[in-house]
Design a protein around this ligand. Structure first.
Ligand SMILES: NC(=O)c1ccc[n+]([C@@H]2O[C@H](COP(=O)([O-])OP(=O)(O)OC[C@H]3O[C@@H](n4cnc5c(N)ncnc54)[C@H](OP(=O)(O)O)[C@@H]3O)[C@@H](O)[C@H]2O)c1
Length: 285
């Protein structure tokens, strides 16, 4: 029996991320289609999701919550998955619909627990921060919860977010901002490095297609190797750095160009931006 049995899930806003969770949960058979409800403003999208997954998708956000309550009572979970600019409208739609024991799980970037809890007058909130590889169930999601969320609900959240890849509980919202900078913004750093390496391959004379294949498989293999070997990255790097060799020549240039400092500053800038966007700091603070 999974922690999500006898639960209903109401997805408010059924875009890319909501669909990734729905598809992951159904693929892993953690829930049945009949347990899933959704709301979406466009009829075409509602019909698409209903026929693809056999779930029910309605137009009004409040109705998705009410139907969830009808099916599973307080054991129904509401997942907020709209864009940040729609948050205000959606919270207004839901404010009078929730039961105090219900869980609200938000994956909306930058939306603070205080804002959601305040607008909904609701105590049980989980805030999660996924990243783009979640769309292929290879994501990294950091999440935190208010003290009112029960142990059973924490287990449900783990199962739900597990549909997106790996999940990690963190103690504070500051850590969510930190994870926003490191793992949620992380694919941006990787894609930029990927692009630069492919361009370097083209510069030497490889076709773009060949350069891309060489770079992508090298990145993928290096990550899997690091994961499986459990060695510190410096140790892995030393293993392939022979005296006077190609790696030593390349490392010299990367250190000279300040690559570590640039990456560290980039992550720090993203962290400060996450705090500002979440309303914790004013720009320029
Ligand atoms: N995508 C990622 O990799 C990622 C990573 C981390 C966090 N997130 C967070 O996840 C949330 C969802 O992102 P997403 O990429 O799934 O965005 P998305 O594809 O745009 O999904 C949002 C959906 O909500 C619908 N919508 C618009 N107004 C609505 C309303 N008033 N009520 C209900 N639904 C409404 C949109 O409809 P239309 O299509 O008609 O606009 C859209 O289908 C965002 O807050 C984002 O910050 C996403």
């Amino acid at each position: 029996m999974t922690s999500l049995q006898h639960t209903s899930l109401s997805f408010i806003g059924c875009g890319v991320m909501a669909e990734a969770i729905i598809a992951g949960l159904l693929r892993r058979k953690l829930v049945a289609p009949g347990q899933i409800l959704g709301s979406h403003p466009r009829a075409h999208r509602r019909e698409e999701l209903e026929s693809k997954y056999g779930i029910r998708v309605v137009e009004a956000n409040g109705e998705a919550v009410t139907l969830g309550l009808d099916r599973a009572g307080q054991n129904s979970i509401v997942i907020l998955a709209v864009k940040p600019q729609r948050l205000g409208t959606v919270l207004g739609d839901l404010s009078t619909r929730l039961k105090p024991e219900q869980l609200v799980l938000s994956i909306i970037a930058g939306a603070r627990i205080e804002t959601i809890a305040g607008e909904l007058s609701h105590p049980r909130i989980v805030r999660a921060m996924p990243n783009t590889p979640a769309q292929i169930s290879q994501g990294m999601t950091a999440w935190t919860a208010t003290p009112e969320v029960s142990d059973a609900q924490l287990a449900q959240v783990r199962a739900l977010l597990g549909a997106l890849g790996k999940e990690l509980y963190v103690e504070t919202e500051r850590m969510i901002d930190m994870a926003t900078a490191l793992s949620a913004t992380g694919p941006t750093y990787i894609f930029l490095v990927m692009e630069a390496l492919v361009d370097a391959g083209v510069h030497m004379g490889f076709s773009r297609h060949v350069a891309q294949e060489l770079v992508l498989q090298t990145m993928l293999g290096s990550v899997l190797f690091a994961q499986e070997s459990h060695k510190h990255p410096a140790e892995l790097r030393n293993m392939v750095t022979s005296p006077g060799g190609t790696s030593a020549a390349a490392i010299y240039q990367m250190e000279k160009g300040g690559l570590r400092t640039v990456l560290s500053k980039a992550v720090w800038a993203a962290f400060q931006r996450a705090e500002t966007l979440g309303g914790k700091k004013k720009p320029g603070d």
